[in-house]
Write a protein that binds this ligand. Structure first.
Ligand SMILES: [Zn+2]
Ligand SMILES: [Zn+2]
Length: 467
């Protein structure tokens, strides 16, 4: 029997078990370990909450992750059902059978399997376990190990916890909705009940209006965060968070109002950014940076590969500075959308394009790019051989220039997605801000499709952006 047939049989067995959920829950202690993963997948997809709670309670592997699984049930209902099943195991739980769960990973991740392969039962290892918090399994076990190695007697060391340390990995979005608030209070009570043994590890934290969420932030170890997103906070609140993070890979800030670049808060913000040695992605939206970008580029690490600066009121001077920066040579993703630097001259942007030979993703939507500007930068753009995605919607461009662009870009074999603006003749009154003529739009799309087909680039998708 080949492996594929075995998998199918296990899946069938799992589905038939779920037809009688009470009996299946009753039989969880008896069923073979190989059946747990397919049964869990089927229970998750079908939204069998009672089953999920029961399965987490007796999970016979070191870790459990939801990975790419999806369900039509409410996401929070499913998470709560699973967290409900978490039970702290007594310390020295060495039996190879029975419950062994130590790491419950409730983050959605398309590339993740339900469990890590178990190399040896004596040293179970999880690829996703926390590396930073003092309350992580890794750090607690390291501490216990060094106590043992130093031969410190148990009587003199701190009493060992009666429970095995556990980790719950979860992405948290603080968005003030009632359901989110209920989930967070459920999570806080779980942390309190298992104080010291359960580490809730949040790497992706989204905060919408920070002032309303101070209590949950006290429960989290902010040192674990590596991808924070903050919307509508003031700069001093951002600084409070940044002072407690250590290992950021990305930082997303939206709508952070501040008025004076000479003020202490902006200088402190730059100092905080300068400490983030691992930072690879920086996204600042509605962050007024006119003629200030050089200060930012002076402090962010050289290896930064993603820079999103929409609505930052960037000037030509800022684009010039970016083109001359050491970061420009490493950028893979760049968004300069909703900045109107093109209304002056295009040369700084052209120099930037020449410099960013690694660029894969470029967004220049709503930058007031005109026919003459686009024609001028086209030769440089068609040398961006790594480009995979290009979006330049909401710019006033005519059909002949769009056609010429398409003809030039079909030679970029890695380019797969292009989002282009409705050409000017599609606007009802010929006015860029008027409503669009749907019939004309459809004709444009058909023409572009035919041109792509003619150029043998059916694998390239051109989408018109019509609001
Ligand atoms: Zn794992
Ligand atoms: Zn952690």
């Amino acid at each position: 029997m080949d492996q594929k047939t075995t998998v199918t049989l296990l899946e069938l067995a799992a589905k038939s078990l779920l037809n009688n959920e009470p009996a299946a829950i009753h039989a969880l202690d008896e069923i073979p370990r190989d059946l747990f993963v397919p049964l869990f997948n089927a229970a998750f997809l079908g939204g069998h909450k009672t089953m999920l709670t029961a399965m987490v309670r007796v999970w016979p592997f070191h870790c459990l992750r939801i990975g790419s699984l999806n369900t039509r049930e409410s996401y929070y209902d499913i998470l709560e059902a699973m967290i409900d099943g978490l039970q702290m195991l007594p310390a020295q739980n060495s039996s190879s059978w029975g419950p062994r769960l130590r790491i419950l990973d409730l983050r959605r991740d398309p590339d993740c399997k339900t469990i890590c392969s178990e190399i040896g039962t004596a040293f179970p290892f999880c690829f996703k376990s926390c590396l930073y918090s003092q309350h992580s399994i890794l750090k607690i076990e390291e501490a216990q190990h060094s106590v043992m190695c130093l031969g410190i007697g148990n009587s003199r060391s701190e009493p060992q916890s009666a429970q095995e340390p556990m980790e719950l990995l979860v992405d948290i979005s603080l968005n003030s909705t009632l359901r989110t608030e209920q989930f967070l209070s459920f999570l806080c009570s779980k942390i309190q009940q298992n104080f010291g043994s359960l580490h809730v590890c949040c790497k992706n934290l989204q905060i919408d209006r920070m002032s309303g969420h101070k209590s949950i932030l006290q429960f989290l170890d902010l040192g674990c965060i590596d991808h924070p997103e903050m919307d509508q906070a003031n700069l001093s609140e951002v600084l409070t968070l940044l002072a407690r993070v250590i290992h950021l890979y990305s930082l997303n800030l939206y709508n952070i109002p501040f008025k004076n670049y000479k003020r202490r808060n902006f200088i402190s913000f730059l100092l905080c950014l300068g400490r983030l040695d691992n930072l690879q992605e920086l996204s600042l939206s509605f962050f007024c940076l006119t003629n200030q970008l050089h200060k930012l580029l002076r402090v962010v690490p050289r290896q930064l590969d993603t820079l999103y600066l929409p609505y930052c009121s960037l000037s030509n001077r800022d684009v010039t500075v970016l083109s001359q920066s050491s970061q420009a040579t490493h950028l893979r993703l760049l968004s300069l959308s909703n900045n109107h630097f093109f209304s002056e001259v295009y040369e700084p942007f052209q120099t930037l394009l020449e410099k960013v030979s690694t660029l894969q993703h470029l967004e220049i939507n709503n930058c007031m790019i005109t026919d003459s500007t686009l024609s001028a930068i086209l030769p440089t753009l068609s040398h961006c051989t790594h480009l995979h995605f290009l979006s330049f919607a909401f710019n006033p461009i005519t059909m002949p220039v769009l056609k010429s662009l398409l003809q030039h870009l079909t030679s970029l074999m890695k380019l797969k997605y292009v989002i282009y603006p409705a050409p000017l003749h599609c606007y009802v009154e010929g006015n860029f801000h008027d409503s669009l003529d749907r019939q004309k739009l459809a004709e444009v799309q058909a023409q572009f499709q035919a041109m792509l087909h003619g150029a043998q680039r059916d694998n390239m998708k051109w989408s018109i952006c019509s609001k």
